[in-house]
Design a protein around this ligand. Sequence first.
Ligand code: GAR
Length: 208
Amino acid sequence: LYDGPGNSNSFVHVPMNKARIAIFASGNGTNAEEIFKHFLHHPSIQIVLLLSNNPKAFALERAVRFAIPHLVFTRRQYGEGNEVLNWLREYSVTHIVLAGFLWLIPDALLKAYPDRIINIHPALLPKYGGKGMYGMKVHEAVKGAGEIETGITIHVVNEHYDKGKVLFQTKCTVAPTDTPDQIAGKVHHLEHTHYPRVIEEWIQVGGR
Ligand code: GAR
């Protein structure tokens, strides 16, 4: 499971003043891929690692295609955050980007990366946020409530699900005939359009 730094020499050649991002993803990884593409030739920001709690996450395949080192961790390894923290240190990770990652961030990681962890949520927080609100469940709830608009929220991560400082929000309409899948499509489009750029701006102003 540990596809460690031995599989990539890239970190050896990178000047240490670069921002070095680890992406955490639990599923498909379309956002992760947009982020890989955006930073492919970036002069000062590099994606150095993709981490997942899910060995079947398609995000891992995407990392392989982009030659980005990837690791899968178990609940135990994630636990207090120390094992994952050691890996992040091994890769000199400076910032963490959550892209469809479903587990709460442990205290050890929050302390090691204060204001250096960012998340995207597929709704207009504080609506449709919190534990258990992720992916299609969010879009089904939006549909069920008869909302006429939804959107995305990009925020800094703290110890509560979906409660950190909001950095960016934008909206899309929900038509009465839209299915949850169609809502998901609109929201994904917003995510892919904005998340890479907002990550870049957040890092360039000091990651806060
Ligand atoms: C995205 O819509 C993201 O906002 C959401 O999971 C999806 C992952 O899609 N995240 C959450 O719901 C977190 N609470 P992707 O794997 O295709 O990037």
